[in-house]
Design a protein around this ligand. Structure first.
Ligand code: TEU
Length: 556
């Protein structure tokens, strides 16, 4: 049997350095702070850490606007600090994955600074410039942060494309010099010993070259999974990823299963695995993120099922609920009050027993919650502030309504400082944090969790360990046993030698659970549950699931 690549049985921990740990009193996290927490991560049992960008940046989009790909942002420390982090992680058997943002650069990058205002700059063609149309923007594409996707270069009268903030100018991947620059950047970090790369919105890099108006949407269909994206990825993979044996995960915005089967095909011609976000839009009524709404449970299961079946033996998915762009999952899909611990564990079990590579976002292993901010002054995220301005100041939505939407949907929900202990500022920093700590840090923090064997932390530690011990989790096929049930998510994993059932009540009321009669439980055992009295029981076909109860059954 072919030797499985390490990342097929691994769990990767996402660190948002600005909010992880401050070694001093700046109020923002840094690399030395991460080094000080590597033993905590070793205890959790994660195999790798993914750092969101720590390169030099004006921090308009918290590092996703890079002004120098070869330098560390002094806010986070020095290159010597980075080298120390890499060495200290490797000493503990923890690999390091870096974030590569090459769909766009900061407008403070020297390439853009040279190109701006000078059509003859050797870097002008690194970006996407268009003449005005009817005296205005070249087409009607919208930025994902609100407003037009075009900004004017007054000196030349041309516009440049920015799919995100106007300070994030899209690179022109049609230009082979841009592709050579990208290979050099990734090669520099791979040569230092970085073990892999998370590729930011990498499926947006190929734009349809006639840049047509979009009369059915915001323009994304003319650049998402674009005409040459697979060609570009194969070129970079051939030149760098396969040369260094890097693990790679592509962040695929608004993508399709078919494209993701090609992006993450077992032949390794493009990437190791993909992030897709369809399952995280089931509380976006009509696809609109900026509406307060409950999530659609059946749609959630249908999407998870579609991707599990679609990638089995045809690709490889990242399994995740949380990241630095998403609200805290226990507040979003669970119950962050009466059943916070039970629902956080149940949600963890739901994805960790699937096929793919799980990603744990900092604080998810503690059951950290949304902070519930009640003033726009508490927010820092460029997207949230832009949308507040558009919806309140331009569209006239009430401030109270917009604050309720932000409290549910803002990206800052997951960016609150990591809660380490019950000391001031939750042990995150010795100074006032850049973003307010959630009020519940005295009860919800790592120190308390590590000391409590029934904490979410130790439940996640067991999930991570199970992936290495129970082979069917990695290789088995996937079947949803109750796709129509409106409260239970129950799926089966099956290989030649094992069957595993993952049974989850997604709601706060008890519910009868009728397992299919054809499942033989004679040799079955409960291997994990979020209710401590389950492990001594023998699995049966009919039982009651308590609020947010999760049971994992193994049949040998
Ligand atoms: O995110 C891209 C992306 O699809 C999301 O940002 C989404 O569009 C956004 O959250 C609006 O809902 C990546 C990074 O993860 C994000 O932090 C950056 O802001 C973005 O790219 C631009 O680099």
């Amino acid at each position: 049997k072919q030797q499985l690549e390490w990342w097929r049985t691994a769990t990767i921990y996402q660190i948002y350095p600005k909010s992880f740990c401050d070694s001093g009193s700046k109020g923002t996290g840094d690399l030395q702070g991460i080094i000080s927490k590597l033993d905590y991560l070793k205890t959790l049992g994660v195999d790798a850490i993914w750092l969101t960008p720590v390169y030099r940046s004006p921090m308009i989009d918290n590092g996703y606007d890079i002004s120098d790909y070869y330098a560390i942002n002094p806010d986070f420390g020095t290159m010597a600090d980075f080298d120390q982090l890499l060495a200290q992680a490797h000493q503990r058997g923890i690999r390091v994955v870096m974030d590569i943002v090459v769909n766009h650069t900061s407008t403070e990058h020297i390439w853009f600074q040279s190109a701006l205002g000078d059509k003859n700059s050797p870097y002008r063609d690194y970006y996407i410039w268009k003449d005005p149309v009817d005296g205005g923007v070249p087409n009607n594409w919208q930025s994902k942060f609100g407003g037009s996707a075009w900004a004017l270069d007054p000196a030349t009268g041309q516009y440049y494309l920015h799919l995100f903030a106007k300070e994030q100018a899209d690179l022109n991947w049609e230009n082979p010099k841009v592709r050579e620059e990208v290979k050099a950047i990734i090669g520099f970090w791979a040569e230092k010993g970085v073990d892999g790369f998370r590729l930011d919105v990498i499926n947006l890099i190929s734009k349809q070259q006639d840049f047509p108006d979009d009369y059915q949407g915001d323009g994304r269909r003319f650049y998402t999974d674009g005409p040459r994206v697979h060609e570009y990825l194969q070129e970079i993979s051939e030149a760098v990823f396969r040369k260094y044996g890097s693990v790679t995960v592509g962040e695929m915005s608004s993508t399709t299963l078919e494209h993701c089967q090609q992006y993450s095909a077992p032949d390794g011609k493009e990437l190791s695995m993909v992030f897709n976000f369809h399952h995280l839009k089931v509380d976006y009524p009509n696809g609109d993120k900026w509406t307060k709404a409950p999530f659609d449970f059946r749609q959630l299961k249908s999407i998870l099922n579609h991707w599990q079946q679609g990638l089995h033996n045809q690709g490889w998915g990242a399994l995740f609920w949380c990241n630095h762009d998403q609200p805290r999952v226990v507040s979003r899909l669970g119950n962050d009050q009466q059943y916070r611990v039970e629902s956080a564990k149940m949600l963890g079990a739901s994805v960790h027993m699937m096929q793919g590579t799980p990603y744990v976002y900092q604080g998810e292993e503690l059951g950290m919650t949304n902070p519930g901010y009640d003033s726009i002054d508490q927010y820092r995220d460029v997207e949230s502030i832009n949308m507040y301005d558009i919806m309140v100041n331009q569209q006239g939505k009430s401030e109270a309504e917009m604050l309720a939407i932000l409290a549910q949907k803002s990206r800052d929900n997951s960016r609150t400082p990591m809660q380490w202990d019950d000391s001031r500022f939750a042990g995150f920093s010795a100074g006032e944090p850049w973003l307010a700590v959630a009020d519940n840090y005295p009860e919800i923090n790592a120190q308390q969790a590590v000391a409590d064997e029934h904490s979410v932390f130790h439940f996640y530690r067991q999930l991570i360990a199970m992936r290495k011990e129970i082979e069917v989790i990695t290789t088995g096929d996937y079947t949803d046993l109750m796709p129509q049930h409106d409260r239970i998510f129950c799926y089966k994993r099956e290989s030649e030698t094992q069957i595993l059932l993952c049974i989850n009540n997604y709601y706060g009321e008890p519910v009868e659970c009728p397992l299919p009669e054809n499942i033989d439980l004679t040799t079955a055992e409960y291997v994990l549950s979020n209710y401590s009295d389950v492990s001594m029981q023998r699995p049966v076909s009919r039982f009651t699931l308590r609020p947010y109860e999760s049971r994992i059954v193994l049949i040998h």
